[in-house]
Write a protein of this length. Structure first.
Length: 261
């Protein structure tokens, strides 16, 4: 199994979103690794993950993978950070294995009962036909958010270029993304009210997230006792990519100042 292990300090398990690839979080991994030992990986059904995935097990593959990663890295209790779809994996791990999750960070994630917006549902219905177009056009669909996070033209153009290069180097599979969403809809999630780990819910600014509305992510705060909500300024759904240093500082501050469960 291919595991990313960088930095020193208190350990953080960083779980990727629906695109499934750790490479899409590379800048945030480097930023967090200045303060912490960061463990990450690609999701189990990615061929590059090296992890056995059983189709019939659905979403449970990701829980088994997270547990195996912790075992193989010799870690018992860690801070678990889930990004978008990865937040569902992180919160489910916190609910089912509370002894292994010291802190929980959920970033721009859908709640377990989330219904995807229309444009996402269209992509899921025909992933092979419009999935590639959906990915390639995503920087332009997210343009208002990108302009807020990257106000200079050179920074904006540079980010779009690096995003397109990332798609080439670590391509997202539309069919696998669609399957992950189906697995999410079919999974019997644990009651989030049982989560005992101190929890931080990170969102972009209201109205700026064009993928998972901020109000949907914040619904989880009502279910998780003591959960704290924070906004990463000048971002929407991809703040971890557009402002990795600011995101890492926000997470580091929470972990540093909040007593563990």
């Amino acid at each position: 199994m291919h595991i990313i292990d960088r930095g020193q300090g208190s350990p953080v398990l960083l779980i990727p979103g629906v695109q499934g690839r750790w490479e899409w979080m590379a800048d945030a991994i480097d930023a967090l690794a200045r303060h912490h030992r960061v463990i990450s990986y690609s999701l189990a059904d990615e061929p590059t993950s090296g992890f056995p995935c059983v189709d019939a097990d659905g979403f449970d593959n990701y829980l088994r993978q997270a547990r195996t990663v912790l075992d193989e890295t010799g870690l018992n209790r860690v801070a678990v950070v889930g990004v978008s779809y990865g937040g569902l994996i992180a919160s489910e791990l916190a609910a089912r294995d509370p002894q292994r999750v010291k802190h929980l960070v959920i970033s721009s994630s859908p709640p377990p009962d989330w219904v995807p917006p229309a444009h996402v549902q269209r992509a899921l219905r025909a992933p092979h036909l419009i999935g590639a177009l959906f990915m390639v056009t995503s920087p332009f669909r997210l343009l208002p958010e990108l302009r807020a996070a990257l106000p200079s033209t050179s920074a904006l153009v540079g980010f779009i270029a690096s995003h397109l290069a990332r798609i080439v180097r670590a391509p997202m599979s539309p069919s696998r993304a669609a399957r992950r969403m189906r697995w999410m809809r079919a999974h019997a999630f644990a009651d989030q009210r049982t989560i005992t780990a101190p929890t931080l819910i990170v969102t972009g600014e209201p109205g700026a997230d064009r993928v998972v509305p901020v109000e949907d992510t914040r619904r989880m705060a009502a279910r998780i006792a003591g959960a704290r909500c924070e906004v990463l300024p000048r971002t929407g759904h991809v703040g971890l990519e557009t402002r990795p240093e600011a995101y890492a500082e926000l997470v580091h501050r929470f972990l540093r100042t909040t007593p563990a469960a």
